[in-house]
Design a protein around this ligand. Structure first.
Ligand SMILES: Nc1nc2c(ncn2[C@@H]2O[C@H](COP(=O)(O)OP(=O)(O)OP(=O)(O)O)[C@@H](O)[C@H]2O)c(=O)[nH]1
Ligand SMILES: [Mg+2]
Length: 326
């Protein structure tokens, strides 16, 4: 994932300290005081400018991010805030360069270059301090985003969805390489978790575990639920919706079925629905599953993977693209 490669982002003081130290070392090499002062200002200017620019370019272009990552970035750290901070840091980089080269230029004709050097340093430091909050925010965003798992756009993807505590993670653990935490309370899973299932001959499918979602207006959902909805909408080739008919999850079946109805309206991929915890209670009309006893699990897997065949056949039948530009 593109966020993984973003290095730690320094604070304003760290940017300044590092650049001053390097420039001071260079200054020592010059015997002429005026040339040394000019060299010092040029050196801190380019070190700070380059550092700030490299912070900005370490972030991926949000326009080019796959829709799922774009949406989740917005949910977790706000795209708007991210763009503002990146804009502020770009502004600071440009300001530093303008101020620094202005002073360095003036030093050629100045009587007191020590004074000009001190002024240049003060103004540059003030610009960098102005974006300290942005640098701190960008580092926080980087720490959050780099934890996002890698979701492949090319692999056939099953997204497991449903109310909290119904057994989504238990199912994912049984059928894939993912090892999500399983617990008796709701909202155990707080982010997207990705696992795979090897089908042999180098082929595999991607399984995505999602946090539980409650049936309520979209704008009342918390960021954890919104991440789940985004994964369902943007990454699924087929959705496995898990109901808990025993209601041991703590939520009534009617609400779970209402959520199922809502999700069906949001996606245009198939939705396979199962009633988990069949060891406690089974209901008519839904495929019975128990991740505890293993009942029904193989059957559901077969059903899910049959959609994979369908997808492959459809893509094989697609007419070749014409070379006409859009
Ligand atoms: N009796 C029974 N309990 C189950 C079954 N499947 C899961 N559980 C239990 O249900 C609880 C919730 O399981 P999880 O797999 O964590 O549920 P989840 O849907 O991932 O929950 P969230 O991450 O909180 O949304 C755990 O205590 C599981 O042991 C089942 O088939 N039968
Ligand atoms: Mg879970």
């Amino acid at each position: 994932m593109e966020f993984e490669t973003i290095p730690t982002i320094p604070t304003a003081d760290e940017v300044l300290d590092r650049s001053f130290r390097r420039a001071a070392a260079k200054k020592k090499l010059k015997s002429n005081v005026d040339r040394a002062n000019e060299e010092f200002v040029r050196a801190i200017t380019s070190a700070i400018h380059d550092k700030l620019k490299s912070v900005v370019s370490a972030f991926p272009s949000f326009e080019r991010l796959p829709p799922f990552y774009r949406e989740v970035t917005d949910i977790l750290v706000s795209l708007d805030r991210l763009k503002k901070s990146l804009g502020a840091v770009t502004w600071a980089a440009d300001q530093v360069r303008t101020i620094g080269s202005g002073y360095a230029h003036n030093m050629r004709r100045a009587a007191d270059t020590d004074q000009l050097r001190r002024r240049a340093v003060a103004r540059i430091a003030s610009v960098v301090h102005q974006v300290d909050k942005d640098l701190v925010f960008l580092n926080e965003a980087r720490n959050i985003l780099r934890k996002l798992p890698h979701v492949s756009e090319d692999e056939f993807t099953v997204v497991v969805a449903g109310y909290p505590n119904v057994g989504k993670s238990s199912f994912i653990r049984l059928v894939s390489t993912a090892e999500p935490e399983i617990a008796t309370y709701p909202f155990t899973t707080k982010g997207i978790i990705v696992g795979h299932r090897d089908l042999g001959r180098g082929e595999r499918v991607q399984f995505i575990d999602t946090p539980g979602v409650l049936e309520r207006p979209a704008d009342e959902r918390n960021p954890i639920e919104r991440q789940a909805v985004s994964a369902i909408i943007n990454t699924a080739d087929v959705v496995l919706f898990i109901l808990d008919a025993s209601e041991h999850c703590g939520y009534v079946l009617d609400d779970q079925v209402a959520l199922l109805g809502e999700l069906r309206g949001l996606v245009d991929v198939p939705v396979v629905t199962v009633a988990n915890k069949a060891d406690i209670r089974r209901i008519e009309g839904y495929q019975a599953v128990s991740t505890l006893t293993g009942e029904g699990v193989e059957g559901v897997l077969d059903l899910l993977l049959r959609y994979r065949e369908d997808t492959r056949q459809t893509s094989r039948q697609e007419p070749p693209r014409s070379g006409t530009p859009e």
